[in-house]
Ligand binder design. Structure first.
Ligand SMILES: [Zn+2]
Length: 111
């Protein structure tokens, strides 16, 4: 399963069926939370994207695998804490100058 495209950056949005979870307003972040289901292997990815328009290179996203049971219960405000508890997640975006690397531990979603 980890050989799938969805485990190997860079990622292509066309590989996924995306459904919105909502917007995380914690600290006024406007974090966009979505679930992306891989069309190839069925893995569900919890996606968190945040960008601060007034600041260049502030865009960042985080994504980690989530079970179907957890996905149905996911709330926008819980997404960061969920990702932080995973053994690893992908992080990328202009803030990291990266198209996706494996990370673990605390997530810095604020400026
Ligand atoms: Zn996949």
């Amino acid at each position: 399963m980890s050989d799938c495209r969805c485990f190997n950056p860079p990622f292509d949005y066309q590989d996924y069926d995306t459904s919105p979870v909502g917007t995380d307003m914690t600290n006024g972040r406007y974090g966009e939370v979505t679930l992306k289901t891989c069309k190839h292997c069925g893995t569900i990815w919890l996606n968190y994207h945040v960008e601060y328009e007034s600041y260049t290179a502030s865009g960042r996203w985080f994504r980690g695998p989530i079970s179907r049971a957890d996905a149905t219960k996911m709330a926008p405000e819980s997404a960061i804490a969920y990702l932080e508890r995973l053994p690893w997640y992908f992080a990328g975006g202009s803030y990291f100058r990266s198209c996706g690397e494996r990370w673990s531990g605390p997530i810095h979603a604020d400026l």
